[in-house]
Design a protein around this ligand. Structure first.
Ligand code: ADP
Ligand code: MG
Ligand code: MG
Length: 904
């Protein structure tokens, strides 16, 4: 079995489409060799090794060692040096690389192969002892942290980790010797520090830092595989839905050094701007530095070229001006990579002594606006076809364009506290928190928070995830915070050096101002400006974004599935129409009863003891309902509107305070004690399965009559005014055909009467919400009468699993942790169970009634995976909240394209 794939010198065993086996990094390092791009030679240990390692009690496959030795020889030949050779030593890096990039979640060890016996050789070879001892102390730091502490599962208290201890040793040393920057330390001084490191390691971790290159190599390899199951990697996989079984590959690669002096440098770049999508080369670099320095955000990096300089970076020198020949070579590589991958690439490069080396290329993360612009631009440039352009943008990414921006006026009137680099789009406002754990805690209490950190690290991802926005004092546009925020489309500002954080006090000093935990701040992620207080945000208007309009027009052409919205007010309906909705799939009527006057009439109706009283109370509600429906019909401009009759258990209207009971008693002319008695009678042990849905209309037909009349009077009156209307009346929670027939008869009788009274005939439909397993099982019977089905997948999930949606919080986390469930079935449709019921109902319903209109109106209507499922099952439409309509439009187009492609 081949476990090791070599690359180097323009040749490689692997190629780009072997990501599953070689991981993204390994596959692309191989591919760059095929493209004639200079890459330091190396080899990749496959993800199979990782799987084997975890399936066999952390033991490697037997063949591995000889394959590694072989591959190492190949590097030695190309580099003309020897691993462990005392005169001409080869150093390597050991790098992680999963199928899908997990930035910073796993480990990398650099400078492997430096030992007390190889150090003199390297000094001789480079003539630079300072460089060698600097590399050595970096190796010790990384190795101790990654291999000796993290990989062995040693858990030291917060702040007591070996890396922090070593950092403190450096700090103390610098203070004692009055040195400011790391660059001020001499070879001798780094040597001295390295010796203290070794003592510290022995004292804290109980073992010696290995002085044998082979021990270092295998230690590094093991540690990287081990890091696949580190806490950070696990929580990142949870958030990103990456399967645990995938495993990581490990890359061992000859070291090149960007810190060998003035002719050396390192950098990170994107072939296009990942924040805006603009077609210019965009990146950051540092002279005389190692790659990790740029990513870690410890030094503020320089801009790559003149074009992309900002006011803040104006004075820094660009690579373009400092090393113009190498910059030109890099531009050529940029063109080469984009032409080959036909997508924006995120690259790492290092210049060693005037020679350029590429260390990584991968499809670059981008925010939503940039993703859309790049997709449309690349189509226009002839780089990709329309279908690829449509599939390029993740539906969720549209979300950002739909996110609020800052109200210009309130922004103009606010004082700018500070300005940083605009790393993530949109605007946000929230209360300051200083740690990821606090972010989580505050968020858990329902607060919206902004997470402020010196810089973020992968340990912070849980807090970053729940925060409205992320703000850092250090780091550049390619720092961890920027990368992660961009991936999630989150508002983010980095490198705001005016922020002086006091973590102990949980406060930050910005000029004269001091802000404490819990204080409100506002951020404009598009300009990088930070304000105190809670500024006004205004909803986004994606229609002003040109490329968005193009892309959405393509999506609408490509899809047949209709997108409707869930809305119960004219304002929501208008918003949804603006976002492209083609109807209302669910208009709940119960929310219409909550204002002061209506609720009184409603309560009176509920308290009524006989049909006559009830009818008179319910009829008080008629004019209000009619008005509501008119507003909604008008807003929907002739698109179909599905109105659901009253659904919730009545006691939801009857949670009253003492004085409210008193008022109500007066209003209905009853004794207070009598009112209390009747309210008590409404109590149900299990209201979710109690007197609700069509059961209300069956026991109290007056309610159905009133609602049907309100809908049809509104519709006929508007028709008379020349407004097009298309009402669809939906009976909720039907489990038997007889229930449906009972309610349908009432509706149709009312309709006949109203049309006669108004002298107008009108098309309308009567259908049902399918949300009980029994309705799915008897869909054929129901479809004999019903004109449409709308799957209420919230209740259907609830009743299929027998999970109460409101109580799932107490056990869902354990279910996810223990992999009993792979995801929350209320968020993404359970295809196996609920989906099976749905398919059955579609099939048997359509058998009886081929014209049956079918849609879905649960939370799932806006979930791309669920939309795919709906398309696959031949539904006519999905319905979701207004803000998810654009997402659903794109997801529906993608589903159409993918399903078509799978059929060829
Ligand atoms: P990540 O996946 O977290 O980016 P990498 O494996 O890319 O981790 O490595 C971290 C840093 O070390 C990067 O800046 C990278 O460029 C640098 N690096 C890795 N291997 C080498 C090498 N062989 N020579 C020089 N720098 C390297
Ligand atoms: Mg990298
Ligand atoms: Mg329901």
């Amino acid at each position: 079995m081949k476990y090791v794939y070599s690359f180097g010198d323009g040749k490689a065993d692997g190629k780009t489409d072997m990501k599953n086996l070689l991981g993204g990094k390994g596959a692309n390092l191989a591919e760059m060799n095929h493209l004639g791009i200079p890459v330091p030679p190396g080899f990749t240990l496959t993800t199979d090794v990782c799987t084997h390692y975890y399936n066999h009690n952390l033991i490697f496959p037997e063949e591995l060692e000889t394959q590694v030795v072989e591959a190492l020889k190949n590097i030695e030949t190309i580099m003309d040096s020897g691993f462990g050779d005392t005169e001409n030593p080869l150093l390597v890096s050991v790098r992680s690389g999963a199928r899908q990039s997990m930035p910073g979640m796993m480990e990398t060890v650099l400078n492997v192969g430096l030992t007390t016996t190889t150090i003199p050789g390297l000094i001789e070879k480079t003539g630079n002892s300072r460089f060698v001892y600097d590399a050595y102390r970096r190796l010790i730091m990384m190795y101790a942290d990654v291999v000796m502490e993290k990989a062995t599962g040693i858990k030291l208290a917060d702040g007591q980790g070996i890396r922090q201890k070593m950092e403190r040793i450096i700090d103390t040393f610098k203070k004692e010797n009055r040195l400011k920057d790391d660059t001020d330390l001499s070879a001798e001084q780094w040597k001295e520090i390295s010796e203290s490191f070794k003592v510290e390691i022995k004292n804290n971790l109980g073992s010696e830092f290995p002085d044998d290159p082979r021990d270092q190599l295998w230690g590094g390899i093991k540690a990287v595989f081990q890091s696949w199951n580190g806490n950070r990697a696990i929580s990142y996989r949870r958030i990103e839905n990456i399967p645990d079984e995938w495993g990581t590959a490990v890359n061992v690669q000859a070291m090149v050094f960007g810190n060998m002096g003035k002719n050396s440098a390192t950098g990170v770049a994107f072939t296009r701007n990942p924040a805006t999508g603009e077609n210019h080369f965009y990146g950051e670099w540092l002279p005389n530095a190692q790659g990790e320095d740029v990513v870690a955000g410890l030094r503020t990096p320089n801009p790559l070229n003149e074009d992309t300089k900002t006011v803040d970076t104006q004075s820094l020198s660009s690579l373009e001006s400092s090393m113009s020949a190498l910059y030109s070579q890099l531009i050529e590589i940029r063109t080469n990579l984009e032409a080959h991958y036909r997508d924006m690439q995120d690259i790492e490069f290092t210049i060693q002594d005037g020679r350029l080396w590429m260390l990584q290329t991968r499809v670059g993360k981008r925010n939503g606006a940039a993703a859309i612009k790049m997709a449309v631009d690349m189509f226009n440039e002839g780089l990709i076809d329309k279908k690829t352009a449509l599939l390029r943008v993740k539906p969720e990414q549209l979300d950002e364009l739909l996110h609020p921006v800052m109200d210009t006026e309130s922004e103009q009137n606010a004082t700018i506290l500070a300005t940083g680099l605009p790393a993530g789009p949109g605007s946000a406002t929230g209360r300051l928190v200083f740690t990821a754990d606090d972010a989580e805690a505050w968020h858990g209490r329902g607060e919206q928070v902004i997470l402020l950190r010196e810089e973020t690290s992968p340990e912070d991802v849980h807090g970053m995830h729940v925060a409205e926005a992320i703000l850092t004092a250090k780091g550049g546009m390619t720092s961890h915070a920027a990368l992660v925020a961009r991936g999630w489309g989150k508002c983010c500002i980095v490198g705001c050096s005016d922020l002086h954080i006091n973590l102990e006090q949980k406060e930050v000093q910005i000029g004269e101002t001091v802000l404490k935990e819990g204080d409100w701040i506002s951020m404009n992620g598009t300009t990088g400006k930070i304000y105190g207080g809670q500024l006004k945000l205004i909803p986004a208007n994606p229609e002003t974004h040109n490329e968005y309009k193009h892309l959405m027009a393509w999506a609408d052409d490509a899809r047949k599935l209709k997108i409707r919205t869930n809305a119960e007010t004219p304002a929501d309906a208008k918003q949804a129409i603006q976002f492209g909705a083609e109807g209302i799939g669910l208009c709940r009527t119960e929310h219409m009863f909550f204002d002061d006057t209506r609720i009184m009439a409603m309560r009176k109706m509920i308290l009524a003891e006989n049909p006559k009283e009830r009818r008179s109370a319910v009829m008080e509600l008629l004019p209000y309902q009619k008005n509501d429906f008119k507003g909604i019909f008008k807003a929907m401009k002739g698109f179909p509107v599905t109105i659901r009759l009253l659904d919730p258990p009545l006691h939801e209207f009857m949670t009253l305070t003492e004085p409210q009971v008193h008022d109500l008693a007066n209003h209905v002319n009853l004794d207070k004690s009598e009112v209390e008695k009747r309210i008590a009678n409404l109590h149900e042990l299990n209201p979710m399965l109690g007197h609700r849905g069509c059961r209300l209309g069956i026991v109290y037909p007056e309610i159905t009559e009133m609602q049907a009349r309100a809908i049809l009077e509104a519709a006929t009156e508007l028709t008379a005014e020349g407004v097009a209307v298309l009402p669809e009346i939906m009976i909720p929670l039907v489990g038997t055909a007889t229930e449906f027939i009972h309610q349908e008869t009432i509706v149709r009788d009312v309709a006949k009467k109203v049309m006669k009274e108004k002298g107008i005939t009108l098309d309308y439909l009567v259908g049902t919400m399918i949300e009980l397993p029994r309705a799915c099982l008897t869909a054929d019977e129901i479809a004999e009468k019903a004109e449409f089905f709308s799957f209420g997948t919230n209740d259907l999930t609830q009743t299929t699993y027998g999970f109460s949606r409101d109580d799932i919080g107490s056990f869902l986390p354990s279910y996810l942790d223990n992999k009993i469930l792979s995801q929350d079935p209320f968020q993404s449709l359970d295809v196996k169970g609920v989906g099976k019921l749905l398919s059955m109902a579609v099939e048997s319903g359509r058998k009886v009634n081929s014209n049956l209109k079918i849609g879905i109106c649960g939370e799932h209507g806006g979930d791309p995976a669920s939309i795919h499922f709906c398309k696959h099952n031949g539904l006519d439409y999905v319905s979701c909240s207004p803000f998810r309509v654009p997402i659903a439009r794109l997801a529906a187009a993608q589903a159409e394209l993918q399903i078509k492609a799978s059929k060829v």
